[in-house]
Ligand binder design. Structure first.
Ligand code: ATP
Length: 236
C-alpha cells in the first residue's frame, strides 16, 4: 500500500482548471519529485494533499485512510506536514516560537521541547538564532526554519514546495543534503522543485506536470537524461 495515493485528482479555481485527473503515489521511504513549468499545478497538488484546498474530484488516501473530507489540522495529526513555498515563517515571532508553533497539534509538552533541541542539533544556525525574529533570518536560514517547523509535527510525509527558491547554490546543496539525511531517517517526501535536475538527482521517482496533468513519470535517474522531459520542463 502506498503511503500517499492520489487518484484522478482535479482542482479548480473558479473557471480555471489547475489540476486535471492527476494520479500519483508516494511509497513509504521515497522522495518523489514533482516538476513542471510555472503554473503547471504543482503547488495546487501539494495544497490539496495538505487539505488547504478542496478538490473538485478524485480521491486522496494517506496510509489507506481517506483524506478527502479531513480538515488540515487532522491531516497534520495523521502525519502530513507542509513546508510552504516562500517559506512563510512568522516573521515577528522568534525562531523558537516558530518551532513551538510547528507542534500545535501535539500535547506532549516535554517531548516537544526535546524535539526542538533535536531540530537545533540538526540546524545549529537556528540554535544560535533562537531568540531572533524569524523575519531577520537569511533566506537559507528561513528555509531551514520552515523545514524544522514542519518536522515539529513528527510527519511521516513531508511536503516541500520549492525548497531551493531564491537561495545561493551552496545553501541549496546544504538543504538537499539535509533532506537526504531526513529521508535516511525515515521521512518520506513529496518535493516540488523548479530546479528539475537537482530535484531528480535527489529523488527516487519523478512526475512531470504540464497544464494540470502528469505527462511523464519514472525513476528519477532515467528521467534526468530524457530529452522529452527536459523539453517539457523548459515548456518549449
Ligand atoms: P509555479 O511553479 O509557478 O509555482 P505551479 O506549478 O505550482 O507553478 P500552481 O500554483 O499550482 O502552479 O497554479 C496552477 C494554476 O492555477 C495556474 O494557472 C495559476 O495561475 C492558477 N492558480 C493558482 N492559485 C490560484 C488562485 N488562488 N486563484 C486563481 N487561480 C489560481
Amino acid at each position: 500500500m502506498a503511503l500517499l495515493d492520489i487518484e484522478h485528482l482535479s482542482v479548480n479555481y473558479g473557471a480555471i482548471q489547475a489540476v486535471r485527473d492527476l494520479s500519483l503515489t508516494v511509497q513509504e521511504g521515497e522522495i518523489v519529485t514533482l516538476i513542471g513549468a510555472n503554473g503547471a499545478g504543482k503547488t495546487t497538488t501539494l495544497r490539496a494533499v495538505s487539505r488547504l484546498l478542496k478538490p473538485r474530484g478524485g480521491t486522496l488516501r494517506f496510509a489507506g485512510r481517506d483524506l478527502t473530507r479531513l480538515p488540515p489540522d487532522e491531516a497534520v495529526r495523521l502525519g502530513i506536514a507542509q513546508s510552504p513555498e516562500g517559506r512563510q515563517v512568522l516573521a515577528r515571532q522568534t525562531v523558537h516560537d516558530n518551532l513551538e508553533l510547528g507542534a500545535y497539534t501535539r500535547r506532549d509538552h516535554a517531548q516537544i521541547h526535546a524535539d526542538i533541541e533535536q531540530q537545533y542539533d540538526r540546524f545549529p544556525r537556528l540554535r544560535e538564532r533562537r531568540a531572533q525574529p524569524a523575519g531577520t533570518l537569511s533566506g537559507g536560514e528561513q528555509q531551514m526554519l520552515a523545514i524544522a517547523r514542519a518536522l515539529m509535527s513528527r510527519p511521516k510525509l513531508l511536503l516541500l514546495d520549492e525548497p531551493s527558491l531564491g537561495l545561493a547554490p551552496l545553501v541549496v546543496l546544504e538543504i538537499f543534503g539535509i533532506l537526504r539525511e531526513l529521508n535516511a531517517q525515515g521521512v518520506t517526501m513529496l518535493l516540488v522543485e523548479q530546479n528539475a535536475r537537482l530535484a531528480m538527482q535527489h529523488s527516487h521517482r519523478t512526475y512531470v506536470m504540464e497544464a494540470g496533468q502528469v505527462t511523464f513519470t519514472g525513476p528519477s535517474d532515467q528521467l534526468v537524461n530524457d530529452e522529452r522531459v527536459l523539453h517539457a520542463y523548459l515548456g518549449g
